[in-house]
Design a protein around this ligand. Structure first.
Ligand SMILES: *[C@@H]1O[C@H](CO)[C@@H](O)[C@H](O)[C@H]1NC(C)=O
Ligand SMILES: *[C@@H]1O[C@H](CO)[C@@H](O)[C@H](O)[C@H]1NC(C)=O
Ligand SMILES: *[C@@H]1O[C@H](CO)[C@@H](O)[C@H](O)[C@H]1NC(C)=O
Ligand SMILES: *[C@@H]1O[C@H](CO)[C@@H](O)[C@H](O)[C@H]1NC(C)=O
Ligand SMILES: *[C@@H]1O[C@H](CO)[C@@H](O)[C@H](O)[C@H]1NC(C)=O
Length: 592
């Protein structure tokens, strides 16, 4: 065998040897030539080596040196450099370099200054994990660290797919497929899933029993593909595998964008098997196409259930105000919403002006708000200015993407609050007779129950425009600081927009399955009932330069029929005081 191999190859081998020999000769020649060339160069320019480094007295001029050394005819010596003119920049240096003649002295002086660096000690792994958990709440990183022994790497898995009694492996967090930072991906044979968050739903009214709901986007309409959930429980080596219960579309086809290939918002549900009803929430969940696949996604199952509910939370969709400095308006809004009764405001952030960041950081430290960073999944743009243009021009994409933060906010906080409102930062649900939302709901509930004796899925408030130019035609008010936008703008159109149009709600999180900006789209119990709150009791004050586009015609009439409405002045003194204090603290009125 060895023989037959060498007989065919011997001619080849001989040719190879000849080639190596010739190549060797060429290389020796080349090296020889280089050495000669180097010697010649050094002869021509004996100071070149010195010029490449600052020598005594040349520190100020290192720039000149490098440019000088590139020209072969340079004859400049140290003496000339020292006496050459100093540039303006050099004159402005805090240290008096001019009078100092040699390098060691200059170094001594320079070493007296120290750059201001962050001297915090390196972070421990535990600290890093905390940081990751805050930034990426959907990643079950602590659970993964704790159960590292369950994990096998990707390729160890393949054998056991074939066996019918397979045991899927827990995926390593390093093998997960992430998309645009916050999303985890399942690439199925018919459609890509981008998953944002998973939540444990054991609400009383849910007829399917305890379930996991996943908020995400799928680039398919009416997905039919069968997928599976792997539920990973703390202390169990194997996952419970269940098939998907439903893909709940958070949209109506008639609203547009109803096309395969465009990412569409869904709430995906998997039922917890009865054997595990008493176990509480699983630690994490993976969505797979074949039951035994090692998943490319693994979402921590969120379950925040305090002993007692607070009353009101407000959710604000992804802020997209890159260049528009809304910081002062936002401060007024946060303070007012808090005074009305929001226990916390949950913001999502795509991109904001640095001044807005200041305001958000300030209130987040005070615990009044929480900010969750957000991106658009899939191939959608995330470069800030580009994303803004995209969202402005592609209204349907914008609306569909908004449903992710809204539903994430609902499911994250459904056990923490009696009511959740989705508001923009130019909208205020204003009680007309009461001071707070709490009092308002105490007035509204008996009215609603007297009509039908059951709690509603939502309580909606009619929209009315407080347009900017209504004030400008009247002049501003002297007893209110000019920077208080809402306190100044007390003219509104006489008519409200039509019932059920552009309303905002107090949603009942015990009932809602999918949330849309204005109304819930799917509900537990007796369907998505909504009680319209009388305009004598509350109104949605909407502060805008103009009406929404679809109301162009009516907007003319709104403008022509305006009334003064000073309900907000009820909060004037306290609001001015709080906003002003915040703005002072943050340096909006200059230092001191
Ligand atoms: C630099 O100047 C200091 C005094 O100003 C002198 O003691 C030192 O010897 C000088 N060093 C050189 C390298 O000239
Ligand atoms: C892929 O799914 C869509 C529904 O989302 C369906 O209309 C289509 O027929 C499916 N294609 C294949 C090849 O199964
Ligand atoms: C309304 O329903 C509750 C229970 O859901 C019941 O206790 C109450 O008596 C009912 N009220 C009226 C007026 O029917
Ligand atoms: C305001 O509403 C009333 C009744 O709802 C209607 O008759 C009137 O035309 C409306 N006015 C304007 C300016 O829209
Ligand atoms: C707000 O932004 C402007 C422009 O960047 C800046 O000059 C100003 O100092 C900022 N205000 C505060 C309070 O930081």
């Amino acid at each position: 065998m060895l023989h037959s191999f060498s007989s065919g190859g011997s001619r080849c081998a001989r040719r190879g040897l000849v080639f190596v020999f010739i190549w060797g000769l060429v290389m020796i020649g080349a090296l020889q030539y280089r050495r000669v060339e180097n010697e010649v160069l050094q002869h021509d320019n004996p100071t070149m080596n010195d010029e490449n480094y600052p020598t005594a007295g040349s520190w100020d001029h290192s720039l000149d040196i490098s440019s000088a050394s590139s020209s072969s005819s340079s004859q400049i010596n140290n003496e000339q450099w020292q006496t050459s003119e100093l540039t303006n920049d050099q004159k402005n240096l805090p240290l008096d370099y001019k009078s100092i003649k040699n390098l060691s002295n200059k170094l001594l002086l320079l070493n007296q200054r120290e750059p201001l660096l962050d001297k915090s000690p390196p972070k421990t792994e535990n600290e890093l994990i905390k940081e990751i958990e805050k930034r990426l709440p959907s990643l079950p990183i602590s659970y993964w660290m704790k159960n590292n022994d369950l994990v096998k790497s990707k390729n160890q898995n393949d054998n056991n797919i074939k066996s019918s009694n397979c045991v899927p492996h827990y995926p390593s967090i390093f093998d997960l497929e992430f998309n645009n930072i916050y999303w985890q991906t399942l690439k199925s044979s018919n459609g890509t899933f981008q998953l944002f968050g998973a939540y444990y739903d054991n609400r009383k009214l849910s007829r399917i029993g305890p379930a996991i709901r996943i908020v995400g986007m799928i680039d398919r309409i009416e997905p039919k593909i069968k997928t599976y959930c792997q539920l990973w429980y703390d202390g169990e080596r194997e996952p419970k595998i269940v098939d998907i219960f439903e893909y709940k579309y958070i949209w109506f086809s008639k609203w547009g964008n109803y096309k395969q290939g465009i990412y569409q918002p869904y709430v995906i549900a998997c039922k917890v098997p009865q054997s595990h009803w008493s176990k509480g929430p699983p630690a994490s969940i993976s969505l797979v196409e074949k039951p035994c696949n090692t998943a490319t996604n693994n979402l921590r199952v969120i379950y925040n259930r305090p002993l007692k509910k607070k009353e009101f939370a407000v959710c604000v969709k992804g802020l997209d105000f890159l260049h528009e400095d809304l910081s002062v308006k936002l401060t007024e809004w946060i303070e007012l919403i808090t005074m009305l009764g929001a226990d916390k405001i949950y913001f999502y952030e795509l991109q904001v002006h640095p001044n807005v960041t200041k305001v958000l950081n300030y209130y987040e430290k005070l615990g009044k708000i929480e900010v969750t960073p957000l991106t658009l999944p899939g191939g959608q743009p995330n470069v800030p200015a580009f994303q803004h243009i995209y969202l402005t021009k592609k209204t349907n994409h914008k609306r569909q993407n908004e449903l992710i933060p809204y539903n994430d906010c609902l499911y994250k906080h459904m056990y923490e609050y009696e009511y959740i409102a989705l508001l923009d930062i130019d909208e205020v649900i204003m009680p007309v007779q009461d001071n707070t939302w709490s009092e308002l709901m105490r007035r509204v509930l008996p009215k609603a129950l007297s009509i039908r004796n059951e709690t509603r899925a939502s309580y909606n408030v009619r929209n009315v425009y407080f347009l900017d130019d209504l004030l400008h035609s009247h002049g501003s008010f002297d007893h209110v600081p000019r920077y208080m936008h809402m306190l100044q703008h007390v003219y509104r159109s006489k008519n409200f927009t039509k019932p059920n149009q552009y309303v905002k709600c107090f949603h009942n999180p015990e009932r809602v399955v999918t949330l849309h900006n204005h109304f819930p789209l799917a509900c537990l119990g007796a369907g998505c009932t909504s009680y319209p709150i009388d305009t004598e009791d509350a109104q949605l004050q909407h502060y805008r330069a103009d009406c929404v586009k679809s109301l162009k015609k009516s907007c003319l009439q709104y403008r022509e029929n305006s009334v003064m409405d000073t309900t907000i002045w009820r909060y004037k003194d306290k609001l001015v005081e709080r906003v002003t204090k915040t703005l002072e603290t943050l340096g909006f009125f200059g230092p001191g």
